[in-house]
Design a protein around this ligand. Structure first.
Ligand SMILES: *[C@@H]1O[C@H](CO)[C@@H](O)[C@H](O)[C@H]1NC(C)=O
Ligand SMILES: *[C@@H]1O[C@H](CO)[C@@H](O)[C@H](O)[C@H]1NC(C)=O
Ligand SMILES: *[C@@H]1O[C@H](CO)[C@@H](O)[C@H](O)[C@H]1NC(C)=O
Ligand SMILES: *[C@@H]1O[C@H](CO)[C@@H](O)[C@H](O)[C@H]1NC(C)=O
Ligand SMILES: *[C@@H]1O[C@H](CO)[C@@H](O)[C@H](O)[C@H]1NC(C)=O
Length: 551
Protein backbone atom coordinates (compact mmCIF):
# COMPACT_ATOMS: atom_id res chain seq x y z
CA UNK A 1 0.00 0.00 0.00
CA UNK A 2 2.65 2.47 0.99
CA UNK A 3 5.01 1.55 -1.87
CA UNK A 4 2.20 2.03 -4.37
CA UNK A 5 1.53 5.43 -2.91
CA UNK A 6 5.19 6.41 -3.20
CA UNK A 7 5.30 5.44 -6.87
CA UNK A 8 2.23 7.54 -7.50
CA UNK A 9 3.80 10.46 -5.70
CA UNK A 10 6.96 10.18 -7.77
CA UNK A 11 5.12 10.05 -11.09
CA UNK A 12 2.88 13.00 -10.19
CA UNK A 13 5.91 14.88 -8.95
CA UNK A 14 7.76 14.53 -12.25
CA UNK A 15 4.77 15.92 -14.11
CA UNK A 16 4.12 19.15 -12.26
CA UNK A 17 7.19 19.95 -10.22
CA UNK A 18 10.22 21.82 -11.42
CA UNK A 19 13.37 20.33 -9.92
CA UNK A 20 16.73 21.94 -9.46
CA UNK A 21 15.44 24.26 -6.73
CA UNK A 22 17.42 25.28 -3.69
CA UNK A 23 20.27 23.11 -2.48
CA UNK A 24 20.10 22.72 1.30
CA UNK A 25 23.07 23.32 3.56
CA UNK A 26 22.85 20.96 6.51
CA UNK A 27 24.53 21.69 9.85
CA UNK A 28 24.11 19.84 13.14
CA UNK A 29 22.46 21.98 15.82
CA UNK A 30 19.94 24.80 16.09
CA UNK A 31 20.55 28.06 14.25
CA UNK A 32 19.86 31.55 15.66
CA UNK A 33 21.65 33.52 12.98
CA UNK A 34 20.25 36.70 11.46
CA UNK A 35 21.39 39.15 8.77
CA UNK A 36 24.23 41.41 9.92
CA UNK A 37 22.18 44.52 9.16
CA UNK A 38 19.55 43.77 11.85
CA UNK A 39 19.37 46.43 14.57
CA UNK A 40 17.47 46.40 17.88
CA UNK A 41 13.86 47.53 17.31
CA UNK A 42 12.72 50.89 18.79
CA UNK A 43 11.09 50.69 22.26
CA UNK A 44 12.50 47.24 22.99
CA UNK A 45 15.31 45.53 24.84
CA UNK A 46 16.54 43.64 27.86
CA UNK A 47 16.15 45.26 31.29
CA UNK A 48 17.20 44.42 34.81
CA UNK A 49 18.13 45.90 38.19
CA UNK A 50 21.68 46.42 36.95
CA UNK A 51 22.84 47.24 33.45
CA UNK A 52 25.14 44.60 31.89
CA UNK A 53 26.48 46.28 28.76
CA UNK A 54 28.50 43.16 27.83
CA UNK A 55 25.20 41.39 27.25
CA UNK A 56 23.30 44.40 25.87
CA UNK A 57 21.27 44.85 29.05
CA UNK A 58 21.20 48.64 29.00
CA UNK A 59 18.12 49.57 30.99
CA UNK A 60 18.60 49.61 34.77
CA UNK A 61 16.20 50.26 37.60
CA UNK A 62 15.43 53.49 39.50
CA UNK A 63 14.08 52.10 42.80
CA UNK A 64 12.68 54.22 45.63
CA UNK A 65 10.49 53.47 48.62
CA UNK A 66 7.50 55.76 49.15
CA UNK A 67 8.85 56.87 52.55
CA UNK A 68 12.07 58.12 50.92
CA UNK A 69 10.36 60.64 48.71
CA UNK A 70 7.32 61.57 50.80
CA UNK A 71 8.41 61.46 54.48
CA UNK A 72 5.39 63.37 55.75
CA UNK A 73 2.10 64.57 54.38
CA UNK A 74 2.57 66.99 51.49
CA UNK A 75 6.36 66.94 51.94
CA UNK A 76 8.48 65.58 49.09
CA UNK A 77 12.19 64.88 49.40
CA UNK A 78 14.99 63.69 47.16
CA UNK A 79 17.82 63.30 49.68
CA UNK A 80 16.73 60.32 51.78
CA UNK A 81 18.08 56.78 51.51
CA UNK A 82 16.22 53.61 52.41
CA UNK A 83 16.70 49.89 52.70
CA UNK A 84 14.07 47.58 51.28
CA UNK A 85 14.42 43.80 51.57
CA UNK A 86 18.10 44.28 52.53
CA UNK A 87 18.63 46.28 49.34
CA UNK A 88 20.05 49.78 49.84
CA UNK A 89 18.11 52.31 47.75
CA UNK A 90 20.20 55.40 46.97
CA UNK A 91 18.55 58.81 47.27
CA UNK A 92 16.14 59.94 44.57
CA UNK A 93 18.56 62.76 43.69
CA UNK A 94 21.55 60.50 43.15
CA UNK A 95 19.57 58.02 41.02
CA UNK A 96 18.06 60.96 39.14
CA UNK A 97 21.57 62.19 38.29
CA UNK A 98 21.95 59.24 35.90
CA UNK A 99 22.57 60.04 32.26
CA UNK A 100 21.44 56.55 31.23
CA UNK A 101 17.85 55.44 30.61
CA UNK A 102 16.02 53.70 33.43
CA UNK A 103 12.80 51.97 34.41
CA UNK A 104 11.15 52.70 37.77
CA UNK A 105 9.53 51.11 40.76
CA UNK A 106 8.08 53.04 43.68
CA UNK A 107 7.67 50.62 46.57
CA UNK A 108 4.40 51.74 48.19
CA UNK A 109 2.35 49.12 49.99
CA UNK A 110 4.85 47.59 52.43
CA UNK A 111 4.54 48.58 56.06
CA UNK A 112 8.31 49.23 55.92
CA UNK A 113 8.13 51.02 52.54
CA UNK A 114 5.33 53.51 53.31
CA UNK A 115 5.90 56.69 55.32
CA UNK A 116 4.86 56.18 58.94
CA UNK A 117 2.46 59.16 58.87
CA UNK A 118 0.09 57.21 56.62
CA UNK A 119 -0.97 54.68 59.25
CA UNK A 120 -1.89 57.42 61.71
CA UNK A 121 -3.48 59.73 59.18
CA UNK A 122 -5.56 56.99 57.60
CA UNK A 123 -6.04 54.85 60.68
CA UNK A 124 -4.92 51.69 58.92
CA UNK A 125 -2.63 48.79 59.77
CA UNK A 126 -1.09 45.74 58.22
CA UNK A 127 -3.70 43.60 56.45
CA UNK A 128 -1.54 40.61 55.56
CA UNK A 129 1.98 39.32 55.11
CA UNK A 130 3.73 38.40 51.87
CA UNK A 131 5.85 35.29 51.31
CA UNK A 132 8.91 37.13 52.65
CA UNK A 133 7.03 37.84 55.90
CA UNK A 134 6.57 41.56 55.22
CA UNK A 135 3.30 43.28 56.13
CA UNK A 136 1.31 45.36 53.65
CA UNK A 137 -1.13 48.25 53.99
CA UNK A 138 -4.49 48.42 52.19
CA UNK A 139 -3.72 50.67 49.24
CA UNK A 140 -7.42 50.61 48.33
CA UNK A 141 -8.25 52.52 51.50
CA UNK A 142 -9.43 55.89 50.17
CA UNK A 143 -7.14 57.87 52.44
CA UNK A 144 -4.06 55.71 51.66
CA UNK A 145 -4.71 55.88 47.93
CA UNK A 146 -5.16 59.66 48.07
CA UNK A 147 -1.68 59.97 49.61
CA UNK A 148 -0.12 57.61 47.02
CA UNK A 149 -1.88 59.49 44.26
CA UNK A 150 -0.63 62.84 45.54
CA UNK A 151 2.95 61.47 45.52
CA UNK A 152 2.67 60.22 41.91
CA UNK A 153 1.06 63.53 40.98
CA UNK A 154 3.90 65.58 42.50
CA UNK A 155 6.76 63.72 40.81
CA UNK A 156 5.21 62.86 37.46
CA UNK A 157 2.93 65.86 36.83
CA UNK A 158 4.24 68.78 38.91
CA UNK A 159 7.92 67.81 38.39
CA UNK A 160 7.04 66.44 34.93
CA UNK A 161 9.04 63.25 35.32
CA UNK A 162 6.57 61.43 33.07
CA UNK A 163 8.05 63.31 30.09
CA UNK A 164 11.67 62.51 31.01
CA UNK A 165 13.06 60.63 27.98
CA UNK A 166 15.28 58.58 30.33
CA UNK A 167 12.16 57.08 31.95
CA UNK A 168 11.12 54.17 29.74
CA UNK A 169 8.43 52.74 32.01
CA UNK A 170 7.25 52.49 35.60
CA UNK A 171 5.67 49.47 37.24
CA UNK A 172 2.41 50.39 38.94
CA UNK A 173 0.73 50.52 41.36
CA UNK A 174 3.85 49.55 43.35
CA UNK A 175 2.10 47.21 45.71
CA UNK A 176 2.62 43.84 47.34
CA UNK A 177 5.62 41.62 47.27
CA UNK A 178 8.36 42.90 44.97
CA UNK A 179 5.81 45.45 43.68
CA UNK A 180 4.04 42.62 41.87
CA UNK A 181 0.37 43.39 42.14
CA UNK A 182 -0.50 39.77 42.67
CA UNK A 183 -3.62 39.26 44.71
CA UNK A 184 -2.69 36.02 46.37
CA UNK A 185 0.67 36.99 47.81
CA UNK A 186 -0.70 38.31 51.07
CA UNK A 187 -3.39 35.77 51.66
CA UNK A 188 -7.11 36.05 51.20
CA UNK A 189 -8.13 39.64 50.59
CA UNK A 190 -11.81 39.05 50.93
CA UNK A 191 -11.34 37.72 54.47
CA UNK A 192 -8.54 40.09 55.48
CA UNK A 193 -10.25 43.25 54.21
CA UNK A 194 -13.91 42.51 54.52
CA UNK A 195 -14.32 44.09 51.08
CA UNK A 196 -16.71 42.71 48.54
CA UNK A 197 -15.36 42.39 45.04
CA UNK A 198 -17.61 45.26 43.96
CA UNK A 199 -16.08 47.55 46.58
CA UNK A 200 -12.57 46.52 45.61
CA UNK A 201 -13.32 46.87 41.91
CA UNK A 202 -14.65 50.40 42.36
CA UNK A 203 -11.35 51.40 43.93
CA UNK A 204 -9.35 49.56 41.28
CA UNK A 205 -11.02 51.20 38.28
CA UNK A 206 -10.75 54.67 39.85
CA UNK A 207 -7.10 54.14 40.80
CA UNK A 208 -6.13 53.08 37.27
CA UNK A 209 -7.98 56.13 35.92
CA UNK A 210 -6.14 58.36 38.40
CA UNK A 211 -2.71 57.18 37.26
CA UNK A 212 -3.57 57.40 33.56
CA UNK A 213 -4.97 60.91 34.09
CA UNK A 214 -1.80 62.06 35.90
CA UNK A 215 0.48 60.57 33.23
CA UNK A 216 -1.63 62.15 30.49
CA UNK A 217 -1.13 65.59 32.02
CA UNK A 218 -4.63 65.91 33.52
CA UNK A 219 -5.82 67.55 30.32
CA UNK A 220 -7.13 66.73 26.87
CA UNK A 221 -3.88 67.59 25.11
CA UNK A 222 -2.57 64.39 23.49
CA UNK A 223 0.90 65.86 22.99
CA UNK A 224 1.73 65.52 26.69
CA UNK A 225 0.32 62.00 27.16
CA UNK A 226 2.64 59.44 28.70
CA UNK A 227 0.27 56.81 30.13
CA UNK A 228 2.00 54.33 27.83
CA UNK A 229 4.92 54.44 30.31
CA UNK A 230 2.75 52.89 33.02
CA UNK A 231 2.99 49.14 33.23
CA UNK A 232 0.40 47.27 35.16
CA UNK A 233 2.12 44.47 37.08
CA UNK A 234 -0.83 42.30 37.99
CA UNK A 235 -1.49 38.89 36.50
CA UNK A 236 -3.70 38.38 33.49
CA UNK A 237 -7.19 36.90 33.71
CA UNK A 238 -8.22 34.76 35.45
CA UNK A 239 -5.33 35.03 37.92
CA UNK A 240 -6.18 38.67 38.52
CA UNK A 241 -8.27 38.24 41.63
CA UNK A 242 -8.18 34.86 43.34
CA UNK A 243 -9.72 35.98 46.57
CA UNK A 244 -13.20 36.65 45.24
CA UNK A 245 -13.71 33.43 43.27
CA UNK A 246 -17.26 34.31 42.24
CA UNK A 247 -16.12 37.61 40.81
CA UNK A 248 -13.47 36.80 38.24
CA UNK A 249 -12.82 39.90 36.28
CA UNK A 250 -10.46 41.18 33.66
CA UNK A 251 -8.57 43.70 35.77
CA UNK A 252 -5.39 43.43 33.70
CA UNK A 253 -7.40 44.00 30.52
CA UNK A 254 -9.12 46.97 32.17
CA UNK A 255 -5.72 48.53 32.94
CA UNK A 256 -4.46 47.86 29.42
CA UNK A 257 -7.63 49.24 27.85
CA UNK A 258 -7.08 52.48 29.77
CA UNK A 259 -3.74 52.91 28.04
CA UNK A 260 -1.24 51.04 30.19
CA UNK A 261 1.26 48.37 29.27
CA UNK A 262 1.53 45.06 31.06
CA UNK A 263 4.10 42.77 32.59
CA UNK A 264 3.92 39.26 33.94
CA UNK A 265 6.68 37.48 35.76
CA UNK A 266 6.39 33.84 35.02
CA UNK A 267 7.05 32.92 31.40
CA UNK A 268 9.66 30.41 32.60
CA UNK A 269 6.70 28.12 33.28
CA UNK A 270 6.00 28.53 29.61
CA UNK A 271 3.14 26.08 29.08
CA UNK A 272 1.06 27.12 32.07
CA UNK A 273 -1.68 29.79 32.10
CA UNK A 274 -0.13 31.56 29.14
CA UNK A 275 -2.23 30.18 26.29
CA UNK A 276 -5.17 32.53 26.79
CA UNK A 277 -4.02 35.97 27.91
CA UNK A 278 -6.62 38.57 26.92
CA UNK A 279 -4.74 41.55 28.34
CA UNK A 280 -1.80 40.66 26.11
CA UNK A 281 -4.23 40.28 23.20
CA UNK A 282 -3.67 36.55 22.67
CA UNK A 283 -6.43 33.98 22.86
CA UNK A 284 -6.61 30.24 22.40
CA UNK A 285 -8.75 29.29 19.39
CA UNK A 286 -11.10 26.34 19.08
CA UNK A 287 -8.35 24.21 17.47
CA UNK A 288 -5.83 24.77 20.26
CA UNK A 289 -3.59 27.44 18.69
CA UNK A 290 -2.75 30.73 20.34
CA UNK A 291 -3.88 33.54 18.05
CA UNK A 292 -3.68 37.33 18.12
CA UNK A 293 -6.85 39.29 18.84
CA UNK A 294 -6.42 41.58 15.85
CA UNK A 295 -8.23 44.42 17.63
CA UNK A 296 -5.80 44.41 20.56
CA UNK A 297 -4.89 48.05 21.10
CA UNK A 298 -1.84 47.03 23.12
CA UNK A 299 -0.37 44.91 20.33
CA UNK A 300 -1.07 47.61 17.73
CA UNK A 301 0.54 50.57 19.52
CA UNK A 302 4.35 50.65 19.25
CA UNK A 303 4.62 53.02 22.25
CA UNK A 304 3.18 50.51 24.69
CA UNK A 305 5.23 48.23 26.93
CA UNK A 306 4.61 44.50 26.76
CA UNK A 307 6.91 42.82 29.24
CA UNK A 308 7.80 39.63 31.00
CA UNK A 309 10.67 38.18 33.04
CA UNK A 310 12.88 35.19 32.21
CA UNK A 311 15.42 34.46 34.88
CA UNK A 312 14.07 31.75 37.19
CA UNK A 313 15.66 28.53 35.97
CA UNK A 314 18.06 27.84 38.81
CA UNK A 315 16.83 30.78 40.87
CA UNK A 316 13.60 31.83 42.63
CA UNK A 317 13.34 28.34 44.11
CA UNK A 318 13.35 26.54 40.75
CA UNK A 319 15.83 23.88 39.76
CA UNK A 320 16.38 22.83 36.16
CA UNK A 321 18.94 20.07 35.56
CA UNK A 322 21.88 20.98 33.32
CA UNK A 323 20.60 18.78 30.47
CA UNK A 324 17.40 20.84 30.22
CA UNK A 325 18.70 24.35 30.87
CA UNK A 326 18.94 25.47 27.28
CA UNK A 327 15.57 23.92 26.52
CA UNK A 328 13.99 25.83 29.45
CA UNK A 329 15.59 29.14 28.47
CA UNK A 330 14.65 28.71 24.82
CA UNK A 331 11.02 27.76 25.44
CA UNK A 332 10.46 30.66 27.84
CA UNK A 333 11.98 33.08 25.34
CA UNK A 334 9.91 31.72 22.45
CA UNK A 335 6.84 32.07 24.68
CA UNK A 336 7.73 35.69 25.48
CA UNK A 337 8.16 36.47 21.78
CA UNK A 338 4.90 34.72 20.94
CA UNK A 339 3.21 37.03 23.49
CA UNK A 340 4.50 40.07 21.61
CA UNK A 341 6.90 41.15 24.36
CA UNK A 342 9.08 44.18 23.62
CA UNK A 343 10.85 44.56 27.00
CA UNK A 344 12.24 41.40 28.60
CA UNK A 345 13.55 41.35 32.16
CA UNK A 346 16.68 39.27 32.64
CA UNK A 347 19.26 38.75 35.38
CA UNK A 348 22.88 38.47 34.38
CA UNK A 349 23.92 34.94 35.31
CA UNK A 350 20.48 33.63 36.26
CA UNK A 351 19.22 34.13 32.68
CA UNK A 352 22.27 32.35 31.20
CA UNK A 353 23.08 35.34 28.97
CA UNK A 354 26.75 34.36 28.81
CA UNK A 355 26.20 30.68 28.05
CA UNK A 356 23.71 31.20 25.21
CA UNK A 357 24.89 34.39 23.54
CA UNK A 358 23.77 33.48 20.01
CA UNK A 359 20.27 32.59 21.17
CA UNK A 360 19.96 35.68 23.39
CA UNK A 361 21.13 38.00 20.61
CA UNK A 362 18.41 36.62 18.36
CA UNK A 363 15.86 37.02 21.18
CA UNK A 364 16.89 40.62 21.89
CA UNK A 365 16.73 41.62 18.23
CA UNK A 366 13.37 39.85 17.83
CA UNK A 367 11.74 41.85 20.66
CA UNK A 368 9.34 44.60 19.64
CA UNK A 369 8.78 43.46 16.05
CA UNK A 370 5.62 43.70 14.01
CA UNK A 371 4.94 41.52 10.97
CA UNK A 372 6.05 44.35 8.69
CA UNK A 373 9.20 45.14 10.70
CA UNK A 374 10.29 41.58 11.55
CA UNK A 375 13.44 40.19 9.96
CA UNK A 376 12.13 36.68 10.38
CA UNK A 377 8.96 34.68 10.89
CA UNK A 378 9.03 31.38 12.75
CA UNK A 379 7.08 28.52 14.22
CA UNK A 380 8.12 26.04 16.91
CA UNK A 381 6.11 22.89 16.20
CA UNK A 382 4.90 21.18 19.36
CA UNK A 383 2.03 20.00 21.51
CA UNK A 384 2.11 20.98 25.18
CA UNK A 385 -0.20 20.57 28.10
CA UNK A 386 -1.59 23.73 29.71
CA UNK A 387 -2.55 22.55 33.20
CA UNK A 388 -4.37 25.76 34.03
CA UNK A 389 -8.12 25.37 34.16
CA UNK A 390 -9.67 28.11 31.97
CA UNK A 391 -13.25 26.93 32.27
CA UNK A 392 -13.59 26.29 28.52
CA UNK A 393 -12.25 23.69 26.14
CA UNK A 394 -10.81 23.33 22.63
CA UNK A 395 -9.91 20.51 20.25
CA UNK A 396 -7.08 18.57 21.85
CA UNK A 397 -7.42 20.30 25.24
CA UNK A 398 -5.55 20.61 27.52
CA UNK A 399 -2.82 20.43 24.87
CA UNK A 400 -1.93 23.61 22.98
CA UNK A 401 -0.10 23.46 19.68
CA UNK A 402 2.98 25.36 18.55
CA UNK A 403 4.59 28.67 19.41
CA UNK A 404 4.11 30.87 16.35
CA UNK A 405 5.40 34.27 15.30
CA UNK A 406 4.28 35.52 11.88
CA UNK A 407 4.48 31.93 10.55
CA UNK A 408 1.82 29.33 11.27
CA UNK A 409 1.42 25.63 10.63
CA UNK A 410 -2.02 24.12 10.35
CA UNK A 411 -3.27 20.57 9.92
CA UNK A 412 -5.17 20.19 6.63
CA UNK A 413 -6.19 17.06 4.72
CA UNK A 414 -2.97 15.63 3.30
CA UNK A 415 -0.91 17.46 5.90
CA UNK A 416 -2.30 16.34 9.24
CA UNK A 417 0.68 16.11 11.57
CA UNK A 418 1.43 13.90 14.55
CA UNK A 419 3.09 14.80 17.82
CA UNK A 420 6.86 14.65 17.98
CA UNK A 421 8.60 11.84 19.83
CA UNK A 422 10.56 13.90 22.37
CA UNK A 423 8.69 14.32 25.62
CA UNK A 424 9.56 16.78 28.38
CA UNK A 425 7.83 16.55 31.74
CA UNK A 426 7.59 19.19 34.48
CA UNK A 427 10.58 21.24 33.31
CA UNK A 428 11.04 24.21 35.70
CA UNK A 429 8.06 23.06 37.80
CA UNK A 430 5.22 20.56 37.86
CA UNK A 431 2.65 23.07 36.58
CA UNK A 432 4.56 23.13 33.32
CA UNK A 433 3.24 19.66 32.54
CA UNK A 434 4.07 17.56 29.50
CA UNK A 435 5.40 18.91 26.23
CA UNK A 436 6.01 16.95 23.04
CA UNK A 437 8.45 18.93 20.94
CA UNK A 438 8.37 18.72 17.15
CA UNK A 439 5.64 17.50 14.85
CA UNK A 440 5.83 14.58 12.43
CA UNK A 441 4.39 13.83 9.04
CA UNK A 442 2.00 10.87 8.99
CA UNK A 443 2.68 8.86 5.84
CA UNK A 444 1.23 7.65 3.62
CA UNK A 445 -1.83 9.88 3.76
CA UNK A 446 -0.17 12.97 5.21
CA UNK A 447 3.33 13.24 3.74
CA UNK A 448 3.50 17.06 4.04
CA UNK A 449 3.53 19.79 6.68
CA UNK A 450 2.13 23.10 5.40
CA UNK A 451 3.07 26.64 6.46
CA UNK A 452 1.48 30.07 6.19
CA UNK A 453 3.39 33.36 6.34
CA UNK A 454 1.71 36.42 7.83
CA UNK A 455 0.51 38.44 4.83
CA UNK A 456 2.10 41.56 6.32
CA UNK A 457 5.49 39.84 6.59
CA UNK A 458 5.53 39.11 2.86
CA UNK A 459 2.63 40.64 0.95
CA UNK A 460 1.02 37.88 -1.13
CA UNK A 461 -0.15 40.17 -3.95
CA UNK A 462 3.41 41.16 -4.78
CA UNK A 463 4.65 39.37 -7.87
CA UNK A 464 8.25 40.25 -7.06
CA UNK A 465 10.15 37.59 -5.14
CA UNK A 466 11.43 38.55 -1.68
CA UNK A 467 14.78 36.78 -1.22
CA UNK A 468 14.61 34.61 1.89
CA UNK A 469 16.39 31.86 3.69
CA UNK A 470 14.27 29.08 5.10
CA UNK A 471 15.87 27.30 8.04
CA UNK A 472 14.32 24.01 9.04
CA UNK A 473 15.46 22.39 12.29
CA UNK A 474 14.60 18.69 12.36
CA UNK A 475 15.33 15.72 14.55
CA UNK A 476 17.69 13.32 12.80
CA UNK A 477 16.04 10.30 14.37
CA UNK A 478 15.53 7.95 11.43
CA UNK A 479 16.76 7.30 7.89
CA UNK A 480 14.53 9.14 5.44
CA UNK A 481 14.50 12.20 3.22
CA UNK A 482 12.40 15.28 2.56
CA UNK A 483 12.09 18.34 0.35
CA UNK A 484 10.96 21.96 0.69
CA UNK A 485 8.36 23.04 -1.90
CA UNK A 486 7.18 26.51 -2.89
CA UNK A 487 5.83 28.41 -5.90
CA UNK A 488 8.33 30.34 -7.99
CA UNK A 489 7.84 33.58 -9.94
CA UNK A 490 6.72 31.61 -13.01
CA UNK A 491 3.91 30.11 -10.94
CA UNK A 492 5.50 26.66 -10.90
CA UNK A 493 5.78 24.48 -7.81
CA UNK A 494 9.51 24.06 -7.16
CA UNK A 495 11.11 21.36 -5.02
CA UNK A 496 14.43 21.77 -3.30
CA UNK A 497 17.06 19.11 -3.50
CA UNK A 498 16.29 16.53 -0.82
CA UNK A 499 17.62 16.61 2.70
CA UNK A 500 18.77 13.07 3.35
CA UNK A 501 18.61 12.01 6.97
CA UNK A 502 20.84 9.18 8.14
CA UNK A 503 18.94 9.00 11.39
CA UNK A 504 22.06 8.08 13.29
CA UNK A 505 22.99 11.32 15.09
CA UNK A 506 19.63 11.66 16.91
CA UNK A 507 20.52 15.37 17.00
CA UNK A 508 18.57 18.49 16.14
CA UNK A 509 19.94 19.49 12.76
CA UNK A 510 19.26 22.56 10.65
CA UNK A 511 18.86 22.62 6.87
CA UNK A 512 19.12 26.06 5.26
CA UNK A 513 17.57 26.83 1.87
CA UNK A 514 18.30 30.10 0.04
CA UNK A 515 15.34 31.05 -2.13
CA UNK A 516 15.60 33.86 -4.66
CA UNK A 517 12.59 33.04 -6.81
CA UNK A 518 9.79 32.29 -4.31
CA UNK A 519 6.38 33.94 -4.29
CA UNK A 520 4.32 33.28 -1.18
CA UNK A 521 0.80 33.64 -2.51
CA UNK A 522 -1.21 31.07 -0.56
CA UNK A 523 -1.41 28.73 -3.55
CA UNK A 524 0.57 25.67 -2.50
CA UNK A 525 -1.63 22.62 -2.01
CA UNK A 526 -2.88 21.15 0.16
CA UNK A 527 -4.53 23.89 2.15
CA UNK A 528 -3.63 27.00 0.07
CA UNK A 529 -0.39 27.32 1.98
CA UNK A 530 2.73 29.37 1.27
CA UNK A 531 5.19 26.47 1.32
CA UNK A 532 5.41 22.93 2.52
CA UNK A 533 7.85 20.30 3.66
CA UNK A 534 7.22 16.87 2.13
CA UNK A 535 8.60 13.47 3.06
CA UNK A 536 10.22 11.71 0.10
CA UNK A 537 11.74 8.84 2.05
CA UNK A 538 10.20 5.74 3.53
CA UNK A 539 9.83 7.11 7.07
CA UNK A 540 8.23 10.12 8.67
CA UNK A 541 10.16 13.28 9.35
CA UNK A 542 10.04 15.23 12.57
CA UNK A 543 10.34 19.01 12.31
CA UNK A 544 10.90 21.22 15.39
CA UNK A 545 11.47 24.77 14.20
CA UNK A 546 10.98 26.58 10.90
CA UNK A 547 12.20 30.09 10.25
CA UNK A 548 11.83 32.32 7.18
CA UNK A 549 14.46 35.07 7.21
CA UNK A 550 14.34 38.06 4.88
CA UNK A 551 17.72 38.61 3.23
C1 LIG B 1 15.41 64.80 37.90
O1 LIG B 1 16.40 65.12 36.95
C2 LIG B 1 15.93 65.89 35.87
C3 LIG B 1 17.05 65.97 34.84
O2 LIG B 1 18.18 66.53 35.44
C4 LIG B 1 15.46 67.22 36.36
O3 LIG B 1 14.96 67.99 35.30
C5 LIG B 1 14.34 66.99 37.38
O4 LIG B 1 13.94 68.20 37.94
C6 LIG B 1 14.79 66.06 38.48
N1 LIG B 1 13.64 65.71 39.29
C7 LIG B 1 13.54 66.00 40.57
C8 LIG B 1 12.27 65.60 41.22
O5 LIG B 1 14.44 66.52 41.20
C1 LIG C 1 -11.28 33.64 50.60
O1 LIG C 1 -12.28 33.65 51.59
C2 LIG C 1 -13.61 33.60 51.06
C3 LIG C 1 -14.56 33.82 52.20
O2 LIG C 1 -14.24 32.96 53.28
C4 LIG C 1 -13.79 32.25 50.36
O3 LIG C 1 -15.08 32.20 49.78
C5 LIG C 1 -12.76 32.13 49.27
O4 LIG C 1 -12.81 30.84 48.66
C6 LIG C 1 -11.34 32.36 49.79
N1 LIG C 1 -10.44 32.47 48.66
C7 LIG C 1 -9.34 31.75 48.54
C8 LIG C 1 -8.52 31.98 47.32
O5 LIG C 1 -8.99 30.94 49.37
C1 LIG D 1 -10.18 41.85 21.48
O1 LIG D 1 -9.68 43.14 21.73
C2 LIG D 1 -10.68 44.14 21.80
C3 LIG D 1 -9.98 45.48 21.95
O2 LIG D 1 -9.22 45.52 23.13
C4 LIG D 1 -11.62 43.84 22.96
O3 LIG D 1 -12.65 44.80 23.02
C5 LIG D 1 -12.21 42.46 22.79
O4 LIG D 1 -12.98 42.12 23.92
C6 LIG D 1 -11.11 41.43 22.62
N1 LIG D 1 -11.69 40.14 22.35
C7 LIG D 1 -11.62 39.13 23.22
C8 LIG D 1 -12.31 37.88 22.80
O5 LIG D 1 -10.98 39.20 24.26
C1 LIG E 1 26.63 32.40 38.38
O1 LIG E 1 26.26 31.10 37.98
C2 LIG E 1 27.15 30.09 38.35
C3 LIG E 1 26.62 28.79 37.79
O2 LIG E 1 26.46 28.88 36.42
C4 LIG E 1 27.29 30.04 39.87
O3 LIG E 1 28.24 29.08 40.23
C5 LIG E 1 27.70 31.40 40.38
O4 LIG E 1 27.69 31.41 41.77
C6 LIG E 1 26.78 32.47 39.88
N1 LIG E 1 27.27 33.78 40.26
C7 LIG E 1 26.49 34.70 40.79
C8 LIG E 1 27.16 35.99 41.10
O5 LIG E 1 25.31 34.52 41.02
C1 LIG F 1 3.50 42.36 -11.68
O1 LIG F 1 2.48 43.24 -11.29
C2 LIG F 1 2.56 44.47 -11.95
C3 LIG F 1 1.52 45.40 -11.32
O2 LIG F 1 0.31 44.71 -11.15
C4 LIG F 1 2.32 44.23 -13.45
O3 LIG F 1 2.41 45.47 -14.15
C5 LIG F 1 3.37 43.28 -13.97
O4 LIG F 1 3.11 42.95 -15.33
C6 LIG F 1 3.39 42.01 -13.16
N1 LIG F 1 4.52 41.18 -13.58
C7 LIG F 1 4.40 39.89 -13.78
C8 LIG F 1 5.69 39.17 -14.14
O5 LIG F 1 3.35 39.27 -13.66
Amino acid sequence: MYKKYLLLLISVTTLIVANGGAVPTVVVGEDWSFPASVQQAPNSGLYSEEASPNYNVNLKVFDVAWKQINPSQGVYATNIQATVKDMPFATFASQNASTSPFWMRIWNSGDLWAPSYVKTLCNVGVIGKDYDGEGHLPIWNTCVWNEIKAMYRYFFLTKNMRADPRLKFIQIPGAFNWCEFDFDVIGNYSTSTGYTFAQFNTWFQTAMDDLVYIFNGENNDPTDDYAYKLIYTGEDYPFDVDSWPAAKNKLASDAVNRGMGIRTGITEVSNFHLSNIPAYGYLIDSNGYMVLNKSSILQNNPKRVIATENECYNACGYKVPAANIFYAVKMSNLKALQMGVNWLYVVNNDSYLKQYTAHWNWVRLSLGRYPNTAFDAWVALRDAQDKFSYGFSWTGAPYVKNYERFLTQRDVVGAVTKRGTTKYTNVVESNNGIAYEGRQTDIPNNPSIVFYLDDQFIVPTSNISTPVQVKVTYLDNQATSWILQYTNTAGVLVSSDPVVQQGTSKALTTATFTLTDALFQNNVQPGNSDFKITTTGSQNIEIWFVRVIKQ
